[in-house]
Design a protein around this ligand. Sequence first.
Ligand SMILES: Nc1ncnc2c1ncn2[C@@H]1O[C@H](COP(=O)(O)OP(=O)(O)OP(=O)(O)O)[C@@H](O)[C@H]1O
Ligand SMILES: [Mg+2]
Length: 480
Amino acid sequence: MIRLTERLGRGRRDDDRDDGDGRDGREHEERGTRREREGYDRDLDRAQRTRGRERDRRGGEAPAIANELFETLYHEVVDRLDTGGIVDLDPGEVAERVQELVGRAIDERQIAVGSRGRRRVIEAITDEIVGLGPIERLLGDPTVSDILVNGADSIYVERRGVLERSEVRFRSNEHLLNTINRIVARIGRRIDESSPMVDARLPDGSRVNAIIPPLAVDGPLLSIRRFQTGPVSLRELIEGGSCSSGMAHYFKSVVRARCNVLVCGGTGSGKTTLLNALSRYIPSRERIITIEDSAELRLQQEHVARLETRPPNLEGAGEVTIRDLVRNALRMRPDRIIVGECRSEEVLDMIQAMNTGHDGSMTTVHANNVRDAFTRLMSMLSMAGTQLGESMMREMIARAIDVVINVSRGSDGTRRVISVAETGDVHQGEIELHEIFVWRNEPVMGRDEGHWYCNGHSTLMDRFRNAGARLASKYLAEVQ
Ligand SMILES: Nc1ncnc2c1ncn2[C@@H]1O[C@H](COP(=O)(O)OP(=O)(O)OP(=O)(O)O)[C@@H](O)[C@H]1O
Ligand SMILES: [Mg+2]
């Protein structure tokens, strides 16, 4: 039997030492080994008893296994893994090899973990070696949309719009930092004290943001927006209670008639998701250019040119901004330009593009309501260093944008379109707004319920008709 106490007590470097201890020493160690095993058993059993049901409910989310057990088996498996020999294997084969080695190590050490414990140990070590450790299972869980790590032992996940604390833990902040390093290294980036922030997209399309000490005060912070399988359609949004069917028909006419659209909402309110859904109605004969910080849009059309910004390199050079890309896109003969999110001076180029023949363009802006969205656009236009006065800027916005859609995330996590407004002229220093649809909360027994109301009239009806995107008046019924 391998002397586990020695391994644990003295660290890995002493592992293979043959100390020639006498019988007493061995007995002492075996007693220690038994105690250790019993300790693990107790830990695992307790964890299983108290968390088993919870885990089942959460679809396989397992609590952390005991640190020492993990460390011991992990290092042993890494030592035994012929790293040179696995480079040609695909990840599935490597995982199988690791599983086999962990199983063997458990058997050789005669660690009594029970069948569930054994499965968990194998899973945890395989995830660590082949994947991203504790969060690997969360990344593979289709019900999880966001993973938010606030230091080693505080992990939250969002499922179906609701944020909940996860059972998953990193073993230490160092372990978390290692994992962050592995994530960013995979995409050719670096994170350390001198450049402690990374915002990037993983190869599978998930968006990741990491920020580490000293900027993050209590330990490394990691936020992952998991890649959602398949773009959402307006039908799915209707089924999920995010918009009404009348509204969806209206959106279809808006897109077909090449109206310029601004989607606004708070963080995580569903702006990008709605933009994806709207883009489905762009006719396939048009050339679309998408511009994003991290490519989240997944257009269905064939003729799509996708552009993504680039952060500066370590010397601070080589940055390519959204604004650079919008300017470049104008030279690429686009029919429509879709900018994932306007955050800064690129608004000027986007608004100019919308005003100069690139009708049907779309973008999103971070703002809680339509008025705030205009205020943000104005302040972003000022940042662009234009010499235009305020009233001129307002005129430009009013002429450029035809429809503003406000999305919001309800207290129950439901993402919903809460207002759709068409822009009019500038009147007494304000852009006139014709609100077509509005959501009114009518809570039932504390639940987030309500209805969409429509004012029954769109100022864009002629435009829809002329573009062959006629909207039947039944879709503008008063109660949706
Ligand atoms: N209508 C919807 N129904 C259900 N889930 C949704 C809906 N819209 C968005 N989500 C989910 O909410 C999360 C945030 O969505 P999305 O990325 O579209 O928001 P966002 O407003 O663009 O966020 P950010 O401010 O970070 O750019 C995603 O996980 C997405 O799957
Ligand atoms: Mg977004």
